[in-house]
Design a binder for this molecule. Structure first.
Ligand SMILES: O=C(O)C(=O)C[C@]1(C(=O)O)C=C[C@@H](O)C=C1
Length: 385
């Protein structure tokens, strides 16, 4: 069985040494050049202005690590077959025959483990204690990919992962929608009326709000649904149940007291597939692109930003705003009487970065965005979850 990765156990792989100035890594980006505009930007001298929002007096420095800095480092690898290269959007682990190691947050039986299996059939799913550990495991070559939840149809966004997307340098290479069907689990012999409390992941508890309120149960948040099931079973709890999957019930030997307890039968979680290298965007099938940007303060500025897509008939599928950290609360006038916050805007739109229309939209956005980064351009999951 795969060992679990905690933050402290993520150590650099001894196989790779990072050294300054890499013709090889630059070449990797140049190969991408001919396929997509934004990769060319990452390698050009304009990179820093793209990533950090221009050199004007109003520009704001958001990130210290950038794709540009990456291109100055050489990866010295003992086995040349593992050289970093752009991922193909058409070749899956199945077609290449290799068994990918895929990090997920939680313990066996978590929905994220099942989502990893849907995203990469036959993969080796590697459990991680926290989301950060999954990001780091990919960055440090301990695993090949991570599959992490980003939003749920009932509970909304998983904000932590939005923040981590910006803090880390991984690329979104795909998405997978997963139908989440929650069960109320308890130890054998425990009746539903005997339960006083229920343990689960906060998102899962939120998704079952009506049922749990109806049962009058006290909610206790833990790291993941399967972890809740494991805890209830391990401690042989009589007063507590867990909200988790039927798979978790069979792994930890719990009884299913109630099935499909989520507030809406259509409960879908969208997961992102993350990798060290981007995929080459195509136009052969529906693609989505995820970006993050920040804007100057001013009337109608967000309207103007979103208009770059509307003008080109590009459909937006998601917009999320997050506070811009390390940017202190500022006063908008000299006497400091009115205060405002700065925000980062995460937008998903229905177009591939190989599409000229999408490239034009981002070029337009860059004219007034103080920061802009493409998080990934990847095939849309059109399955019914
Ligand atoms: O706890 C789990 O089983 C998870 O995979 C995490 C998670 C989440 O983070 O949203 C994933 C899917 C469900 O929406 C509930 C919980």
């Amino acid at each position: 069985m795969a060992t679990s990765i905690s933050r402290s156990s993520v150590a650099p792989s001894p196989q790779y040494i990072f050294r300054r100035s890499s013709p090889c890594y630059r070449r990797a980006y140049l190969i991408l050049d001919s396929h997509c505009y934004w990769k060319r930007l990452c390698c050009s001298s304009r990179c820093l202005s793209v990533l950090h929002g221009g050199s004007g007096k109003n520009s704001r420095f958001v990130e210290t690590q950038s794709a540009m800095e990456d291109s100055h480092f050489e990866v010295v690898i003992k086995d040349p077959s593992t050289l970093p290269r752009p991922l193909s959007s058409t070749k899956s682990s199945v077609s290449t025959g290799s068994r990918l190691r895929v990090a997920y947050q939680g313990v066996p039986g978590a929905y994220s483990e099942a989502a990893a299996g849907k995203a990469y059939p036959n993969c080796e799913a590697v459990p991680c204690e926290q989301f950060d550990a999954a990001f780091e495991a990919v960055e440090r070559w301990i695993v090949d990919r991570a599959v992490l939840p980003i939003e749920n149809s009932l509970g909304g966004s998983i904000h932590r992962n939005y923040d981590l997307l910006l803090r880390h340098r991984l690329h979104i290479v795909g998405e997978v929608k997963f139908a989440v069907r929650h069960c109320l689990l308890a130890n054998h012999g425990v009746k539903i009326e005997e339960l006083i409390r229920v343990l689960s992941h906060p998102q899962a508890l939120a998704q079952c709000e009506n049922t749990l309120t109806g049962l009058g149960l006290v909610r206790e948040a833990v790291d993941d649904t399967a972890g809740a099931a494991k805890h209830v079973a391990f401690h042989k709890l009589k007063d507590a149940g867990a909200v988790a999957s039927s798979v978790a019930a069979s792994i930890y030997g719990l009884n299913i007291l109630a099935e499909d307890i989520q507030d809406d039968s259509d409960n879908v979680t969208r997961f992102l597939m993350l990798a060290r290298e981007p995929i080459i965007p195509g136009i052969d099938r529906p693609f989505k692109t995820s970006i993050v940007f920040s804007l100057e303060e001013g009337p109608g500025i967000l309207f103007k930003a979103l208009a770059v897509f509307a003008l080109r008939q590009i459909n937006l599928t998601k917009i999320e705003s997050r506070p811009l950290r390390n940017q202190p609360l500022r006063s908008s006038d000299d006497n400091g009487s009115s205060k405002y916050f700065d925000y980062l805007f995460y937008v998903d739109f229905e177009a591939s970065m190989a599409d000229q229309n999408a490239q034009n939209a981002l070029r337009h956005l860059k004219e007034f965005a103080t920061f802009l980064r493409v998080l990934g351009s990847y095939p849309t999951d059109t399955s019914m979850a």
